[in-house]
Write a protein that binds this ligand. Structure first.
Ligand code: PA5
Length: 471
């Protein structure tokens, strides 16, 4: 694939936080003193000393060999298959979905083969039986390559999908299913690695110290992206550039640290909701990916010192302009419990002129001669203004364009923001004990060996009272 180079400075993501501050927003805005009152210096130092343990921070720099391997496998998949199906959930699915939406055609799967850069992509991140059946209705397994992804190698949802798919593949292909199945998992932990070895599968690894929601820039996300013809080197180059920018120790010059400080200061004011509102369909699933990153990383009962803190900020996904017509009423006139983060794009990849028509109806014809590009930009500026005027906290992340480089920047920016917010809140942003609890309860309910005690605990839970069930 042709390697595109990007002008780093021109592609730099910018943050405009005027509408968070008192000078613009009035009394409901933050003051610089509030930001300075946060434990900024401690958090900056912690980010430095803990960098070695945050292995995801090295992904833009240490994957030269793996990128070559991924590109070779991707080329082979493109040549042999019509469909590529990712089986995974949470951090093993949201990144591939977000990057595909951001960087491939918005109706990619509907394009004829010659207009796509690879096979159709399906990311199956649920165990809804209707969905699995629906997938099987639209793919020919003989022409489908599956990529099963689970870092832990034991997630029930993914394992159930794998059992269904391997059964189908064995029936269709016989003994050897390695031609149609790729595994991505931990190099030694969990069950997927055992299955991968038994079935002799091409296997990619989730590096140690890279948690699920921080794994998009490793093979978890890169394989599907490369298969669909996305420039994964540019994605990593953008992330590497953001790594440079986010090593600045001055919080007010470091976009990730600054965004974290703004959110944490807002949380102290009771803004426990964080709305991420991209003004681009291409970025709408970035908001899904971010929701997991922010929620699972910061939603914690206990802090680093063991005290109960019940921290976190509820992420809300919103799409501009679509959700102007469903949620912005709440954002302008509702409670002062949220921060709205606009995610804007300076230059869209396409232009759509609005042609002349109905010139005798001025309320319609004022649009003529403009473009949808101008319209979406005006609507975003107007919504920023309206939310600011109503005194509600908001700021904007501005992307020059949506391309592989800037998406790499953006993902890395959000990851560092989340890690820094964890430091400011003095909690562990990298575990997920609440998710693990649910996983264990599922194992117990379905009789997984070793979970008898958990099953007994569930059986001892208070019985449901008929009085509280409407029949
Ligand atoms: O961020 C996380 O670690 C989780 O959300 C996981 O991504 C999710 O639970 C899926 O786990 P796994 O990749 O081990 O199947």
């Amino acid at each position: 694939m042709e390697q595109k180079t990007f002008d780093r400075e021109a592609m730099r993501i910018r943050i405009d936080y005027n509408n968070m501050m008192q000078e613009t927003l009035g009394a409901r805005g933050l003051t610089k003193d509030e930001l300075l009152a946060l434990p900024l210096e401690t958090a900056v130092q912690a980010m430095k000393t803990k960098r070695g343990s945050m292995k995801w921070r090295e992904l833009p720099h240490n994957q030269d060999e793996i990128v070559k391997e991924i590109e070779a496998v991707a080329k082979d998949v493109r040549e042999r298959f019509d469909n590529f199906v990712v089986l995974g959930i949470g951090g093993s699915a949201l990144g591939p979905i977000a990057v595909q939406q951001a960087l491939s055609h918005l109706h990619y799967n509907d394009l004829p083969k010659e207009k796509r850069n690879g096979p159709r992509l399906y990311v199956e991140d649920n165990v809804d039986p209707e969905r699995m059946n629906a997938l099987l209705d639209v793919i020919d397994v003989n022409k489908t390559c599956f990529n099963v992804i689970t870092k832990s190698g034991s997630t029930s949802e993914t394992m159930s999908q794998l059992l269904i798919v391997t059964d189908i593949l064995h029936k269709a292909l016989g003994e050897d299913i390695s031609t149609h199945l790729i595994a991505t998992t931990d190099h030694e932990k969990g069950n997927l690695i055992k299955i991968a070895k038994r079935e002799n599968l091409t296997t990619f690894y989730v590096p140690d110290g890279v948690g699920g929601r921080f794994s998009e820039l490793c093979p978890v996300g890169l394989v599907a992206a490369a298969v669909c013809g996305i420039d994964i080197r540019a994605l990593l180059a953008g992330a590497a550039y953001m790594d440079e920018l986010t090593q600045n120790e001055n919080v007010f010059e470091n976009p990730a640290y600054l965004m974290a400080a703004l959110q944490v200061a807002a949380m102290k004011r009771g803004a426990n909701i964080h709305v991420l509102m991209p003004y681009a369909d291409s970025l709408k699933y970035i908001a899904d990916w971010y929701a997991q990153l922010w929620a699972e990383s910061l939603g914690k009962r206990v802090g680093n010192d063991g005290t109960e803190i019940y921290a976190g900020q509820t992420p809300v996904k919103s799409l501009g302009v679509t959700d102007q017509h469903s949620q912005v009423q709440l954002y302008t006139e509702g409670p002062f419990d949220k921060v709205v983060t606009f995610l804007s794009v300076d230059k869209y990849r396409k232009t759509m002129p609005i042609p002349e028509g109905y010139l005798d109806i001025p309320d319609v014809s004022f649009l003529c001669g403009h473009t949808q590009n101008e319209l979406i930009a005006a609507e975003e500026a107007a919504t920023e203004y309206a939310i600011m005027k109503s005194g509600h906290l908001n700021y904007a992340i501005r992307m020059p364009e949506v391309n592989a480089f800037t998406v790499g920047e953006l993902l890395y920016l959000f990851e560092v923001q989340t890690a820094f917010a964890g430091e400011l809140l003095s909690l562990n942003a990298f575990d997920q004990p609440g998710v693990e609890e649910g996983k264990k309860a599922t194992y117990a309910l379905l009789g997984k060996p070793g979970f008898a005690e958990k099953k007994a605990e569930l059986d001892a839970a208070p019985a449901k009272l008929d009085a509280y069930i409407v029949k």
